[in-house]
Design a protein around this ligand. Sequence first.
Ligand SMILES: C[S@@+](CC[C@H](N)C(=O)[O-])C[C@H]1O[C@@H](n2cnc3c(N)ncnc32)[C@H](O)[C@@H]1O
Length: 246
Amino acid sequence: MVDWDRGSYEDTATELAPAAAHVVQRAGIEEGHTVLDLGTGTGNVAALAAQAGAQITAVDPSPRLLEVARARVGEGEFKVAKAEDLPFDDQSFDRVLSLFAVIFSEEPEKAAKEILRVTRGKALFTAWEPVGLMNDALGILGRATSEAAQTPHRRFDWGNPDNVKELFGDIGVERARITFEAPSAEQYLQRFETRHPAGMAFRDVLTRNGNYPDVRAQALAALGDDRPLRVTSSYFIFTVESRAAG
Ligand SMILES: C[S@@+](CC[C@H](N)C(=O)[O-])C[C@H]1O[C@@H](n2cnc3c(N)ncnc32)[C@H](O)[C@@H]1O
């Protein structure tokens, strides 16, 4: 399991800023809207929603990241909480936004119920589409880690819209893309394994298992040897209208 308090997720958060801007724009936030940023991390979405005039509530299971978000966003309510157990009344929020965060839930059914419960307008959340070089590389590391730790790889595949429909009912599905850049694949991977909480978890488990160098080499090869590294990943923006809104 990933400990999001570790390392420096801040670096990756910066890379995800264009996706945050895209989702906030799609959310159609109006002055005074109540917005929940679910799994806020360093506050990418919360900061932009605040600029759009929203009243911000942000939650994250990582106390360290939540403090980074609080310092960045300023006004609002910041709480340590998980998607599966949201400490809010029914229909509290005009918008519930979750940028690559609810996809880490270990109990997706519970998380979906909670999102539907606290939303009175609509919820938008993103998930990676399982295609492309970055997906291949991280898949190699993730699958090997699950095998070593004897845990199922991807308990629930958020990258399949049919699965997400089963959880939420009717959803809007939009595809978007984001590009990751680094001087080389080697430098990208070095940063991932030493600073990203998930990369650090993969490295720890596989090092203990004795096969990290081998799996790392496979992941590196999957990223290719272009210099600079420039990899585009595709993701879904799922939109769920509140039952209460209809
Ligand atoms: C990839 S980061 C995304 C952070 C932020 N939304 C962004 O776009 O930069 C994943 C975030 O999900 C949070 N997270 C992990 N499990 C979660 C859960 N069950 N419920 C809510 N957030 C969770 C992590 O603490 C982390 O901040």
